[in-house]
Ligand binder design. Structure first.
Ligand code: AMP
Length: 542
């Protein structure tokens, strides 16, 4: 027997409609690229999102066509989140920190039709626009009078002239809730970047889950600052959850240094903030010497990389701010686990509580996880056995965009490439990573790309890239190199060889010349063994 309840699709347009109707006067505050503060309301976001939808219709895009962004966290980006997805098109957020060649590759792979960019990224667009063969409209996220006269980009329009003259009425299409709404590429896999294509349904379920009390606990009483970029997995879903609960949203724009973030937090009464450890390192680095305190901030979600225990302690003991350690992935929309204690843990001694807080946390309802050994056999949740972490759930990918890389699932489970333990209370802790990638300041560096550049040098016989712990960036890459017999190359020459071939921050910090790289039986480089050999190694300039 079927239930007798109404069938209503879970659509992103319904979220912005709701925010307008029930939280219309709720504030959205943004630091703009120009440096000034822009302030308006959820009702304004909704009105302008409808104008965006009309502008998209004007481009004659079919449902499912991609509209890309290269943009900071700001109100115009938010309008595109709702206007593009709400109209049935797919918002493709591109990471502007990538090398321009990668930006062009991703835009072509996604077949982006329209690309909207903050003026900060004009040089990237100038470098790539000739290579982006599918883009038929370039839109600069600025006022009409801020558009420079001669950018060399054919047909470039300002955002305000593109959408500002459109009607504010628009009827959101009632599409299938399984339709795609947004697309985000990850470089955290081997080979080319791969796209995670989210659906309206997966995004809304994730936004519900993210707002739960033991997750990010978002409410209409919060003032929320997502420092995590909107080009990183939809800023962890915060824009959708904030609209759902009617929270105030505060966007930092491009000003991510400690001083700017602190001043914005204080000026806007921020109660809750989210970001990768590197950002909080800069914030605490600014506050500590001057003895500054938070007046309203009560909790912060830190994820994307392991949160250093000293950071959890500093936030708790010096600033009275609860740190919620989180783990997730682009492929998981991104939230998988959050570290909030259970009632029985609150009476534990501080040290025992700290041991728990350092873990990546417990599953959110909707995510199921298990750990397995090399044969795929499930391992016990005893907090000791470490194995490959697999997950499944309605906001986990079933495959990558365009089925790149084939079927990623193993018996219906998504292998995360992380190695973890799970304790009897369900707290998961990452102990290692089986995927061959390095995460520096929350951004991926492909070991293979680093190795390929070194291998292209005539004096290099073999190269292996590994990540080394760094107090600010969490990890930095170094490259171990075996020289060809009789050939010569210096550390400086090899590092100079990377210039222009990869983004600057993806250039390894050091070159270590070795006699041989340890190899396994099948000829595969044994990075674990190599890392053991480098146990005493110290990065330069530390
Ligand atoms: P991304 O797809 O860029 O969000 O990266 C996801 C990956 O980042 C995960 O598979 C982990 O390897 C790593 N990661 C994310 N959060 C954490 C965390 N809290 N601790 C350790 N590693 C993390």
């Amino acid at each position: 027997m079927l239930g007798l309840m109404q069938q209503q699709s879970l659509l992103i347009s319904s979220v912005i409609d709701f925010a307008e109707r029930h939280h219309g006067d709720g504030e959205v505050v943004s630091r703009r690229v120009e440096g000034d503060i822009h302030r308006y309301t959820w009702a304004d976001v909704a009105r302008r999102a409808r104008q965006v939808a009309n502008a998209v219709e004007g481009q004659k895009l079919a449902h499912g066509d991609r509209v890309a962004t290269l943009a900071w966290n700001g109100y115009r980006h938010l309008e595109l989140y709702f206007g593009v997805s709400g109209s049935g098109r797919v918002l493709h957020t591109i990471n502007p920190r990538l090398h321009p060649d990668q930006v062009a590759w991703i835009a072509n792979h996604a077949e982006d039709q329209v690309l909207c960019f903050d003026m900060t990224f004009l040089p990237i667009v100038q470098a790539v626009h000739g290579k982006c063969t599918t883009v038929k409209q370039w839109v600069a996220l600025c006022d009409a009078d801020k558009l420079p006269a001669d950018t060399g980009i054919p047909g470039l329009v300002s955002y305000e002239s593109w959408m500002g003259t459109q009607s504010t009425s628009y009827t959101w299409p009632q599409i299938d809730e399984n339709s795609a709404c947004s697309l985000c590429y990850t470089s955290g896999t081997t080979g080319n970047p791969k796209g995670a294509l989210y659906s309206h349904r997966s995004t809304i379920l994730h936004a519900y889950g993210a707002a739960l009390p033991d997750v990010m606990c978002m409410s209409a009483r919060d003032s929320i600052l997502p420092v995590v970029p909107m080009f990183h997995v939809n800023a962890w879903g915060i824009p959708y959850s904030a609209a759902m609960v009617g929270a105030k949203l505060v966007f930092p724009g491009p000003a991510l240094d400690g001083k700017s973030v602190y001043e914005l937090m204080e000026a806007e009464g921020v109660t809750f903030a989210a970001g990768v450890p590197t950002v909080w390192q800069m914030l605490l680095g600014h506050m500590k010497p001057t003895g500054l305190k938070f007046s309203k901030l009560n909790r912060t979600v830190i994820g994307g990389s392991a949160c250093p225990p000293a950071m959890i302690t500093a936030f708790r003991e010096e600033y009275g701010v609860d740190v919620l350690h989180a783990w997730g992935m682009t492929e998981l929309s991104p939230l998988g686990t959050l570290c909030t204690l259970k009632n029985k843990h609150l009476s534990l001694p501080e040290e025992a509580q700290m041991q728990l807080r350092m873990k990546q946390g417990r599953c959110i309802f909707g995510i199921d996880m298990k750990i397995v050994d090399a044969q795929g056999k499930a391992l016990p949740h005893d907090g000791k056995a470490a194995g490959d972490l697999l997950v499944k759930g309605p906001w986990v990918i079933a495959s990558y965009f365009k089925q790149e890389g084939g079927n990623p699932l193993v018996d219906g489970w998504f292998p995360t490439g992380d190695v973890a333990t799970i304790d009897p209370d369900g707290f998961m802790q990452i102990t290692d990573r089986s995927k061959d990638v390095i995460k520096s300041g929350g951004e991926w560096i492909s070991s293979i790309d680093v190795e390929n550049v070194a291998m292209a040098h005539p004096a290099v016989a073999m190269a292996a890239c590994v990540g080394i712990f760094h107090p600010k960036w969490d990890e930095r890459p170094i490259v171990c190199v075996v020289k060809k017999p009789g050939a010569e190359v210096t550390r400086e020459e090899l590092l100079a060889f990377y210039e222009g071939k990869t983004a600057k921050w993806q250039i390894p910090d050091d070159v270590v010349f070795v006699d041989a790289i340890p190899l396994g039986a099948t000829g595969k480089m044994l990075k674990t063994k190599l890392r053991e050999q480098l146990a005493a190694y110290k990065l330069p300039n530390l």
